[in-house]
Ligand binder design. Structure first.
Ligand code: GDP
Ligand code: MG
Length: 172
């Protein structure tokens, strides 16, 4: 099949569910609803082949490392989310990044990762755009700042991953 699985990872409260909600449903809510794991499925029509897009919205907690590991093992593309209002959430992405590399190998062409600094609408920041971009280049991955609340760069984020998928595979 042509199924394509996107996995969203990051600490609790950074806005993973809000980003997915914004993209899938087009809305935003202020209330915080802790997630264990949600999967969204959307049928993708791409030329003659039709496959499904699966988005796995994971939980940030350490208690769920097993679920996170399984989601990464099955994933094709990864969104690593931190909040620009909390520096700690950027640092907490490192184990996720390392696990992706460990399970999927070192080929960023094959398994794209996007580093996302969410809540860019907030004026009280602990992480500048420059710091986020520096981490992304260190990790050799794409970078975007987003706001699920104000609908900034959310479509760009998912299109980045989906357009990547549609490109022909590089010749070996
Ligand atoms: P998750 O634990 O990573 O899934 O985080 P949620 O999506 O549940 O969001 C956690 C909290 O942050 C909620 O209260 C959201 O309303 C808020 N939030 C999420 N995205 C944004 C954003 O882009 N800007 C602002 N200001 N708040 C956000
Ligand atoms: Mg959530």
């Amino acid at each position: 099949s042509r199924d394509f699985r996107v996995v969203v990872l990051g600490s609790a409260g950074v806005g993973k569910s809000a980003l997915v909600q914004r993209w899938v449903r087009g809305n935003f809510r202020e209330a915080y609803l802790p997630t264990i794991e949600d999967t969204y499925r959307q049928v993708l029509g791409c030329s003659h082949k039709v496959g499904a897009l699966h988005i796995t919205d994971t939980t940030g907690g350490r208690r769920y490392r097993g679920l996170q590991r399984l989601a990464i093992a099955r994933g094709h593309a990864f969104i690593l989310v931190y909040s620009v209002t909390k520096k700690q959430t950027l640092d907490e992405l490192k184990p996720f990044y390392e696990l992706i590399r460990q399970l999927k190998g070192d080929n960023p062409q094959k398994y794209p990762i996007v580093l996302v600094g969410n809540k860019c609408d907030e004026s009280r920041r602990e992480v500048t755009e420059k710091e986020g971009a520096a981490r992304a280049s260190e990790w050799n991955c794409a970078f975007l700042e987003t706001s699920a609340k104000m609908n900034i760069n959310v479509h760009e984020l998912f299109h980045l991953l989906l357009n990547h998928e549609k490109k022909p595979a590089p010749q070996a």
